[in-house]
Ligand binder design. Structure first.
Ligand code: GLU
Length: 297
């Protein structure tokens, strides 16, 4: 029997919900509800230096005001670190990790430039630092191609060793890396499909690699185009994206639906839950533009 559909929205509490994150929330919500499945919310608060106090509560308040009602309790990553620790131990026990104390400057100097940044040259894999020095933990990558089929973007493949290199799963400042936490949580929460922005499309092969090493299932993937400004920069708190106006929820939802190429709800629908119900029934993944970015507005 196939597992029932389970989707999720996993914001980082680095600021209020803005149009870019609203698109991911609405897309993942419609897809989950259209499939008759659950929609979970997970707060990805593993990077305190980047977080803004009160942002997590503000995001949840905005989702509720928009009628984006989630199932169950909100999972909070900062309370789940024991799971990430166990995963890290498991990778280490399999001989898949090593400690690395290369500085960023060293990496820039020595690493071959890849599309995603410097490719780690394997310095510490060959000669690991002394056990007493503070170090990050990297996971080894292999010289094979990891391929998957994205529901919207189509086939995607990456040779991790050549295009990314061994990557960090635990930082030198003792924080768990997003790549590890996301894989552990998606599996622990029984997520069957990940719907999110294309800014994470090129992270997916790293996540599939970790799923394989940890013997976890690989969910389906569906990467939605992301909103960018006129200069091509992703709308984000850093680029000053405005918070979603939760006083006018129907307007915000209509804008997200239009961005995702979905039919436009009749003007009489002004209550957010009624509007979403209408949109759930008419969700068409085939109408989502097969593009990495769309300029907004
Ligand atoms: N927390 C990540 C972000 O806000 C999203 C993670 C994911 O959807 O896998 O960019």
């Amino acid at each position: 029997m196939r597992a029932p559909y389970r989707g999720r929205f996993a914001p980082s509490p680095t600021g209020p919900l803005h149009f870019g994150s609203l698109v991911a929330a609405v897309g993942s919500f419609l897809r989950a509800r259209h499939c008759g499945g659950d929609w979970l919310v997970r707060m990805e608060d593993l990077d305190p230096p980047r977080e803004v106090p009160g942002a997590a509560e503000e995001i949840l308040r905005a989702l509720a005001a928009l009628g984006l009602d989630w199932d169950g309790e909100v999972a909070v990553q900062s309370r789940r670190t024991a799971r990430y620790e166990r995963a890290l131990e498991r990778l280490a026990a399999g001989g898949w990790t090593y400690r690395c104390n290369c500085s960023r400057a060293e990496l820039r100097r020595k690493g071959r430039g890849g599309a995603l940044g410097p490719i780690y040259p394997g310095t510490c894999r060959r000669s690991p630092p002394a056990a007493t020095t503070a170090a990050a933990v990297r996971v080894k990558t292999g010289d094979d191609v990891i391929a998957f089929h994205d529901q919207i973007q189509g086939p995607y493949a990456q040779n991790l060793a050549r295009e990314v290199g061994d990557f960090v799963v635990h930082r030198a400042d003792s924080l768990f890396a997003y790549q590890l936490a996301v894989v552990v949580d998606d599996a622990a929460q029984g997520v069957t499909e990940v719907v999110r922005g294309t800014d994470l499309l090129d992270s997916t092969p790293r996540q599939v690699h970790l799923q394989r090493l940890l013997d976890l299932p690989t969910p389906g993937y569906c990467h939605l185009p992301i909103a960018v400004d006129a200069a091509g920069a992703k709308l984000s708190k850093q680029t000053g994206a405005a918070p979603v106006d939760t006083e006018r929820p129907a307007r915000a939802l209509r804008a997200a639906l239009a961005f995702l190429g979905q039919p436009s709800p009749p003007p009489r629908l002004s209550e957010p839950r009624a509007l979403l119900r209408w949109a759930v029934g008419r969700w068409q993944p085939g109408s989502v533009p097969r593009r990495l970015t769309i300029t907004f507005p």
